[in-house]
Design a protein around this ligand. Structure first.
Ligand code: COA
Length: 465
């Protein structure tokens, strides 16, 4: 049968497609820019027809309608990466959360969660009858290999991407056509603090390195500082808009990579239309399943691999907390540990954890004596290499407990260094710094307090109140 006839025979409305979902089903859905909202909307509209259905989704850019009170008994979200629209629901027990390293998620979904239905978003078929998973291959494509029912929203805005990202129309149960702009991750303006962090990170990146860029505000700040580099490569769980100009200018050309040379390799595109237009029909960008992209062994096959990720807190032992604030789930481990380990195993590799030194408008230090009670360690201290803040770089590998504590205190915000130094003295019965260093910190702290007071009293901050 011609692929067009196959496609036509499977083309239904969203309302018809969702009739194949039954009570007590587990339904896995595509995530981020590839979340099939048209089919999800139909489920939400007809929620009273469903009972005890579990929706498995990683990171949503939408409003998590599954968490609304009226969904109780009908749909439950099993989230794999918390986002602003479902953090409260997870913390209060309304929604479930499952934690896993990203490279293990495809196997975990298949063998432990065992969904019966997969809902995805794809591009329209090409002239050979192949649709593309576009921005979102990661765990998404794999679910369509084993789920009994596979429903695809066909959306002309979904880019057609290369790599292991296509499937023939015969491999789907239903198609639902609905063209709508993809959810976007818009770049926000880079702050002065992020710019300083970006500069320190860039100082650790050399010509010819292969990069992984994590999630949050830091990656774009790093990209902004890479214009004087040459022959960079990308092997990354995801990328945002920050890489597009560098790719177009040839700063990132993937020439020195040992695997997939001359090609940017990612599991998901996590940006706006700018990135989606760049990857559309672009053979130099390949999307692959995440059990390949994030597998530390695959990552390590590239020499000089540099991973750059962010976090919420680092304690004086060097333990990194990136996805919880106390008992509250803030995000997830994602591929942070996959890439920290892959970069460590790579010949000439380095891993960077970069963060602003403070949070909550400067009120709290992210470098702390002990991690907040209830928080989970995301990256264990034994894995951590470089930690970067706007105050510098602390290299922790090969350092004693005292040395790493001193290195971390020296990149904490000056106003929090005295408190950290006191904790150090209580723990190790010695002063962390020489008298001269202490004098310097005290004078820095005085300057900082003056600056803070000036900011608080400035007319612009008054008008914000
Ligand atoms: N205690 C309490 N709140 C904290 C905090 C702390 N220690 N550290 C940060 N916060 C607050 C910030 O103040 C901010 O709140 P606000 O928006 O009200 O000001 C919020 O948490 C977000 O912090 P920010 O640093 O701006 O987040 P980000 O968007 O840059 O993301 C991570 C940083 C760590 C959350 C993100 O990188 C992440 O989820 N990482 C784990 C997954 C990962 O690394 N994957 C890698 C491959 S993609």
């Amino acid at each position: 049968m011609d692929w067009r006839e196959i496609y036509e025979s499977k083309l239904v409305t969203a309302e018809e497609a969702i009739k194949s979902i039954h009570d007590n089903d587990k339904v896995v859905t595509g995530f981020a820019c590839g979340e099939p909202f048209a089919i999800e909307r139909a489920l939400i509209e007809h929620y009273e027809d469903y009972h005890n259905v579990e929706i498995v989704n990683m990171l949503t850019l939408g409003d998590s309608p599954w968490c609304r009170p009226e969904m109780k008994g009908h749909f439950t979200l099993n989230c794999l990466f918390a986002s602003p629209s479902n953090r409260k629901a997870i913390s209060s027990g309304v929604s479930e959360f499952t934690t896993s390293h990203f490279y293990e998620i495809p196997e975990m979904i298949k063998n432990y969660i065992c969904p019966r239905v997969s809902i995805v978003m794809v591009s329209p078929p090409d002239e050979h009858g192949y649709v593309s998973f576009g921005t979102t291959v990661d765990y998404t494509k794999g679910t369509t290999d084993y789920c009994e029912v596979v429903i695809a929203q066909v959306n002309k805005y979904m880019p057609r991407t290369f790599g292991n990202s296509i499937k023939h129309v015969r491999d789907f149960t239903y198609f639902v056509e609905c063209d709508e702009k993809l959810p976007e991750v818009k770049s926000v303006e880079i702050s002065d603090t992020e710019m300083k962090i970006g500069k320190y990170c860039a100082s650790l990146i050399h010509d010819g390195d292969c990069l992984q860029l994590g999630i949050g505000g830091i990656p774009n700040a790093v990209c902004a500082q890479l214009w004087d580099k040459k022959d960079l490569g990308i092997h990354s769980e995801l990328v945002g808009d920050g890489v597009v100009d560098l790719l177009e200018a040839g700063v990132i050309n993937n020439k020195k990579k040992q695997t997939n040379a001359y090609r940017t390799v990612i599991g998901a595109a996590f940006g706006s239309e700018k990135l989606n237009n760049y990857i559309n029909n672009n053979p130099s960008v390949e999307l692959h399943p995440i059990d390949y992209v994030n597998n530390p062994i695959e990552i390590a096959k590239n020499d000089n691999m540099v991973s750059i990720n962010s976090c919420l807190q680092v304690d004086l032992l060097g333990q990194v907390v990136s996805d919880t604030v106390g008992l509250n789930q803030f995000s997830a481990v994602g591929g942070q540990v996959d890439f920290v380990r892959g970069a460590t195993m790579s010949k000439g590799g380095r891993s960077i954890i970069a963060m602003p030194s403070t949070a909550k408008g400067g009120m709290i230090s992210r470098i702390v004596d002990k991690i907040t009670e209830g928080s989970a360690v995301t990256t264990p201290r034994n894995d951590v290499n470089y930690v970067v803040t706007e105050y510098g770089i602390a290299q922790l590998k090969g350092k004693t407990l005292k040395e790493r504590a001193r290195a971390l205190i020296s990149i904490a915000h000056p106003k929090f260094r005295p408190v950290l130094a006191i904790e150090y003295m209580k723990r190790y019965n010695e002063e962390p710094f020489t008298k001269d260093e202490v004098m310097e910190y005290i004078s820095n702290t005085k300057e900082q307090i003056k600056e803070d007071v000036k900011n608080i009293l400035s007319p612009s901050s008054k008008s914000c109140e």
